[in-house]
Write a protein that binds this ligand. Structure first.
Ligand code: SF4
Ligand code: SF4
Length: 91
């Protein structure tokens, strides 16, 4: 059977929820597997950092960060509006 290759571009979005550190990521794709929104895709080459395919669909659940065996390889950045909710209210 012939090998079929296709290439898709990440869908552009004004927010960027996931940041990878390519020097720490081992490309195990655990973060890809755990994401219930299918936002992440494995890289074309085995062992490479995954691709953030649909950044605008992220739930910010943090599962991808929690499952990662490499500290600092993946970072979740909440949008500014979400971060504002974390500030304690002064009485
Ligand atoms: S934070 Fe949750 S929804 Fe967003 S990419 Fe990670 S696992 Fe998927
Ligand atoms: S789980 Fe961590 S080490 Fe594995 S591919 Fe994702 S970011 Fe890289």
């Amino acid at each position: 059977m012939d090998k079929i290759e296709f290439y898709v571009e990440p869908v552009p979005c004004s927010t960027q929820p996931i940041y990878y550190d390519g020097s720490r990521c081992i490309g195990c794709n655990r973060c890809v597997s755990v994401c219930q929104c299918d936002i992440l895709m494995p890289a074309k080459e085995k062992g490479q950092t995954p691709v953030v395919m649909y950044p605008g669909e992220c739930y910010y659940c943090g599962a991808c960060v929690m499952v990662c065996p490499q500290p600092g390889a993946i970072r979740l950045e909440h949008p500014l509006m979400n971060q504002a909710k974390f500030v304690p209210v002064k009485e």
